[in-house]
Each structure stands twice: as structure tokens, then as C-alpha cells.
Ligand binder design. Structure first.
Ligand code: ZN
Length: 206
């Protein structure tokens, strides 16, 4: 990929991902970024190594013979594992059909295990459109797969990760000349800001 990735998950997010404490929904979106971003792949490897070392200190007696070698072995091969994962990170997930939810905007559901309040979906937005002005009640994590959008914090192209919490007031515009396809993990719900937005909110079912 020639596109330079400039927006990454926070260190806190990468550490939570590496320790396995993230829910399946947000983990999926982080794993897609990780599979595209060498820097974050390396950071996750480091966090996993630190986590393994801490585990070793915490339970020196109860660890089974060979467990450390097994752990180190998995650390040693995780870079390769990331590449394998990067080929088809969505393979284990069922994708729903594309549905038109707004002029120039399509959405498809992505199934994830568990029953958290976090939904995962893909968005495909036409060049030049501005997404409905919105705020959210929880985190909204986005990884761009194709095309690009921009908002007040910069331009987001393939591989870029947008980690927005409930304080962010969003109005992204598609700035690529091809459709922008993203995968999104959304916690809680979206609050559209305009009068028209509130009218179409039930249609979007976000
Ligand atoms: Zn990254």
C-alpha cells in the first residue's frame, strides 16, 4: 500500500487490544488497522511481549512447563500472524447486504460475537458528499478501507483510524474521487444534529 497512514489508534487502545480486554466489535476494527499498519503491528507485538512477561512474574509457580516457550513462540510469529490476519480480517464475520440509507450513502451490517451495545457496520459513501452532521453517545471508531474523508482533525485515507469519543462533533466529507468505504464500531447511538437529520434518524436506525 503506497498510501501513508497518518492516523492511528491511541496507545491505550493498542494496549487494550493486545491484552484482549477490548470487546469483539472494537477489536475487529483495531485488528483491521493493525493488519494494514506496520507501526501498530509492531506496537501490539511489544504490548503482547510485556503482557507475557508480567504474566510470567505473576504466576511463576503455576505456569506449566513449556508455557513460556509457547508464549514466546507466539510472540515470535505474531508479525507473520498479523500478515496472515491482514489478508482476510473479516473472514470470520458475516456481512449483510448493502442498504441505501442516505443519498450517496450505503451501509451494511457486520456480525460480531457477543451482545455488547457496540454495533459494527461498513459505510460506502459517494465522492463529494458530506455525511449527516452528528454527535455520538459513546465511542465511534472508524478504519478507512478505500477512498478518503476529511473533517476538522484531518484527512483519513486507506488504513487510517479515527478514534472519536462522545465529545466529538462530526461532519465528515468524502474527499476522494472514488467512493469511501469504512468499517465502523459504534457504541451507543448517533445523534444527528440537524432538523432533517432527526427526521431521517429512524430510517438510518443508528
Ligand atoms: Zn497504526
Amino acid at each position: 500500500m503506497t498510501n501513508a497512514i497518518t492516523h492511528h489508534p491511541s496507545d491505550e487502545t493498542l494496549a487494550a487490544y493486545a491484552s484482549g480486554t477490548l470487546d469483539e466489535a472494537r477489536s475487529l476494527v483495531v485488528s483491521i488497522h493493525r493488519s494494514l499498519c506496520a507501526a501498530c503491528g509492531h506496537a501490539v507485538d511489544q504490548y503482547e511481549a510485556i503482557g507475557g512477561a508480567l504474566l510470567e512474574q505473576a504466576s511463576p509457580v503455576s505456569m506449566r512447563p513449556g508455557a513460556l516457550q509457547a508464549a514466546l513462540g507466539s510472540i515470535g510469529t505474531s508479525a507473520q500472524g498479523a500478515e496472515i490476519a491482514s489478508e482476510q480480517p473479516l473472514d470470520r464475520h458475516k456481512l449483510g447486504p448493502w442498504r441505501r440509507v442516505w443519498p450517496g450513502l450505503q451501509q451494511r451490517a457486520v456480525s460480531v460475537a457477543g451482545d455488547s451495545d457496540i454495533k459494527v457496520f461498513m459505510l460506502k459513501a459517494a465522492p463529494g458528499i458530506t455525511l449527516p452532521h452528528h454527535k455520538h453517545t459513546g465511542d465511534e471508531w472508524t478504519c478507512v478501507l478505500e477512498g478518503a474523508f476529511e473533517h476538522q482533525f484531518g484527512r483519513y485515507g486507506p488504513g487510517d483510524f479515527d478514534e472519536a469519543d462522545e465529545t466529538v462533533d462530526h461532519k465528515p466529507r468524502i474527499c476522494s474521487d472514488v467512493p469511501c468505504v469504512c468499517i465502523v464500531a459504534l457504541q451507543g447511538s448517533i445523534r444527528l444534529q440537524s432538523f432533517l437529520g432527526r427526521l431521517i434518524q429512524p430510517i438510518l436506525r443508528l
